[in-house]
Design a protein around this ligand. Structure first.
Ligand SMILES: [Zn+2]
Length: 333
């Protein structure tokens, strides 16, 4: 072990498993020093009826990956990331798409390995990954927004990831953007997630198709068959409805970022997730709306960045980083 500048003792040369538990797939990576991802694997989360079955499969996958590495490979901890994970209690609360109820995944995984185990919210883990190894490296104040099926977010203020009283800080997806707006999955109306997410984007496409008369290939597609990637691809060929949907989505995103800048005064807002694959067709209206809506002091200082990393990699690296830090601290105390 060694002492870092921040006084946190870290493992050196030892391995941490970083696990990103998604509603569909679970990605597992074995991470060495300096965030080197040495090997990775994935399996469907939903194949497992109970959390116990899932944990046994996860442990087997981790052992397999470590076993394939050249000696002296030694596993020293497991860091997990999941939606609705509570960092303080170690539990995952009724994860979406899974019928596990509230489960203490940390205790269960610790039972398999007898090593330090941590869990954090997936967006917080991705932000820690970006701040340690990615585009936000060296930053102390940053916000990460992930635009996937829903809208996930992580906040760092003065160098610390903001957890909140119950580990539930950063639910920007449920900030109100429209007083009498679209119904959201949470039961409220007008939430940001109902507009700024892959699902919200699709809803915008259908609203535009109903409102406007221009020809569009999108008129041939059902809601269920439509993907955000398909709309982005059509936008690049000049489809007017696809372009207008990206413009509308980008404007909501820009206003949301202006609100967040006012709340947190970040150095950067980092955007990740499938929807940012639309590139400048989304980012240009988002930046424009940010410049129009945000206070001048923020438009001059806040950088809007797009995470270039592979889907899910930053959550694996951030989760491993979290275990490397807190695991050792807990062991020492
Ligand atoms: Zn909501």
């Amino acid at each position: 072990m060694r002492e870092t500048e921040s006084g946190i003792r870290e493992f050196e040369g030892d391995l941490i498993a970083g696990v990103d538990i998604g509603g569909t797939n679970t990605a597992v990576g074995i991470v060495g020093d300096e965030g080197r991802l040495l090997s990775r694997s994935a399996f469907p989360t939903t194949d497992h009826e109970t959390a116990g079955e899932f944990v046994r499969h996860l442990a087997k996958t981790i052992r397999q990956l470590v076993g394939e590495l050249p000696p002296p490979a030694r596993l020293c901890g497991v860091g997990m990331a999941a939606p609705a994970a509570n960092w303080r209690t170690g539990t995952v609360e009724s994860p979406a798409n899974l019928r596990w109820g509230t489960v203490d995944l940390v205790s269960m995984v610790r039972g398999e390995f007898g090593l330090p185990v941590t869990i954090s919210n997936d967006a917080n883990a991705a932000l820690l990954g970006e701040m340690t190894y990615g585009v936000a490296r060296g930053m102390s104040n940053a916000i990460l927004i992930t635009l996937g099926t829903g809208l996930g977010a992580g906040i760092a203020v003065d160098g610390a990831i903001v957890q909140g009283e119950n580990g539930a800080a950063g639910e920007f997806g449920h900030m109100n953007m429209e007083l009498h707006g679209r119904q959201c999955g949470c039961g409220q109306r007008g939430c940001a997630e109902a507009y700024v997410s892959a699902t919200g984007f699709k809803r915008t496409v259908f609203a535009l198709l109903a409102e406007r008369l221009e020809e569009s290939e999108l008129r041939q597609t059902s809601f269920g068959a439509l993907t955000a990637d398909r709309v982005s691809a059509l936008a690049r060929t000049g489809d007017v409805i696809a372009l207008a949907a990206l413009e509308v989505t980008g404007r909501y995103l820009g206003r949301l970022m202006a609100n967040l800048a006012a709340a947190f005064d970040p150095e950067a807002i980092i955007l990740g997730g499938g929807l940012v694959g639309a590139g400048d067709l989304l980012m240009e209206p988002a930046r424009r709306a940010f410049m129009e809506s945000a206070l001048k002091r923020y438009t001059a200082t806040v950088r809007i960045l797009v995470s270039p990393s592979n889907e899910g990699q930053m959550a694996i690296l951030g989760a491993s980083r979290c275990a490397r830090q807190t695991g050792v601290t807990a062991e020492a105390s």
